[in-house]
Design a binder for this molecule. Structure first.
Ligand code: NAI
Length: 362
């Protein structure tokens, strides 16, 4: 079979660190294994536009491997160009870059390595909540630039203790975030999800479910977004919803950039409606140089407060890369052997949705 992987170029970094498995160079560590079994393995990075390597190779590909970090968008048009395509595997978590309706029409298996990087993301969420609430970045930048002005940074520094924190989406990542928040003695831990947590799980972290989105957003000092991108979440956090939030609340989004309206968020941070926004996911990746989230700052503060953005890195720590590379190999092994996939890894199969995380569809 022809297996096509869309990965990012690692260059010297991939040479220095062979465990950078999500790169073109290290290719998930599966290159020789696939070739030994007689499969063709093509790895490319160039993914945008009709002349891209992705579009050139997709026409006779049997299995497509992509990652959310450098997403090869398997649009309806691409899927229609690929008559042999049988499986789309996400090396990581989040298959929103695959047109799931188009994949289902062609009975293409959509699978991901569920759970592979959920701890990595939850840790990044906690870090970003803390760095925004405690105004870490401007304070650190003073040190690097030779400055010392406690008042300038302290005027925008708070404690997480006593704040109301809520997660939109309380699945694997959202729940791990709640677990990690427990020792911070927040005033309340809340969640909004159409799938309620089991009662014991709620009790373990002391979290309460709020069923109305307006009520939920209105209660929060900190919102963390941990739901997949689908038609029910695309553009969900826009000007109207930002207006439902308390003035001066913080938002951390490591789920998908397109869940938020980028310009509305930047305007809310720049105007001071939102005290800070952070995360690692962008509506377009790589993010263009003029993306509004690169330069937004709380009230235009010269110390660059309120911006906790990084490139898409939270779910691709070295530990996570090892797990999602191994998981991808396991999905491939089962596929070649005609064995059942692990239920948790299946997003869509036999022409229908299998996961309930993409908008209550079954
Ligand atoms: P999960 O499937 O365990 O949990 C997702 C939860 O979101 C489910 O409980 C689902 O019911 C809920 N949900 C779906 N639509 C919702 C809506 N409209 N409102 C409220 N809740 C909703 O998924 P997991 O592992 O927690 O991952 C969540 C997302 O995080 C992924 O889909 C992916 O987009 C993102 N992610 C980002 C990574 C990164 O590197 N930044 C790495 C891994 C995941």
């Amino acid at each position: 079979m022809k297996v096509l992987a869309i990965l990012y170029v690692g260059g010297e970094h991939a040479e220095e660190e062979p465990r950078l498995l999500g790169t073109v160079e290290n290719a998930l560590g599966i290159g020789s294994w696939l070739k030994e079994q007689g499969h063709e393995f093509v790895v490319v990075s160039d993914k945008e536009g009709p002349q891209s390597d992705f579009q050139k190779h997709i026409v006779d590909t049997d299995i497509l491997i992509t990652t959310p970090f450098h997403p090869g968008y398997a649009t309806r048009e691409i899927i229609e160009k690929a008559p042999k395509l049988k499986a789309c595997i996400t090396a990581g978590v989040g298959s929103d870059h695959i047109d799931l309706a188009a994949a289902n029409e062609k009975k293409i298996l959509v699978a991901e390595v569920t759970g592979s990087n959920v701890v990595s993301v939850a840790e990044h969420v906690l870090m970003t909540i803390l760095l925004l609430v405690r105004n870490y970045t401007p304070a650190h930048e003073q040190i690097i630039s030779g400055g010392w002005n406690v008042a300038q940074v302290a005027k925008n520094t708070f404690d997480l203790e006593g704040k109301v924190v809520g997660t939109l989406g309380a699945g694997r990542i959202g729940y791990r975030v709640l677990e990690r928040l427990v020792p911070f003695d927040c005033a309340e831990l809340l969640y909004y999800d159409y799938q309620p947590l089991p009662k014991e799980a709620e009790a373990k972290v002391g979290a309460k479910r709020v069923e109305d989105l307006k009520e939920f957003l209105g209660k929060l000092d900190v919102l963390t977004i941990n739901a997949p991108l689908h038609e029910g979440t695309k553009g969900l956090i826009n000007k109207e919803k930002l207006g439902w939030m308390k003035k001066g609340a913080w938002i951390v989004n490591t789920a998908r950039g397109a869940i938020c309206n980028a310009q509305d968020v930047a305007d809310a941070v720049n105007s001071g409606q939102i005290r800070g926004y952070g995360g690692d996911v962008w509506p377009q990746q790589p993010a263009p140089e003029d993306a509004p989230w690169r330069k937004m700052q709380y009230k235009g503060d010269q110390t660059k407060g309120g911006n906790g953005m990084t490139p898409h890195v939270s779910g691709t720590s070295i530990d996570a890369q090892i797990r999602y590379a191994n998981g991808t190999k396991d999905i491939l092994k089962r596929f070649f052997a005609g064995e059942a996939q692990e239920d948790a890894n299946i997003i869509a199969i036999d022409g229908a949705m299998f996961s309930r995380a993409y908008g209550q569809k079954k």
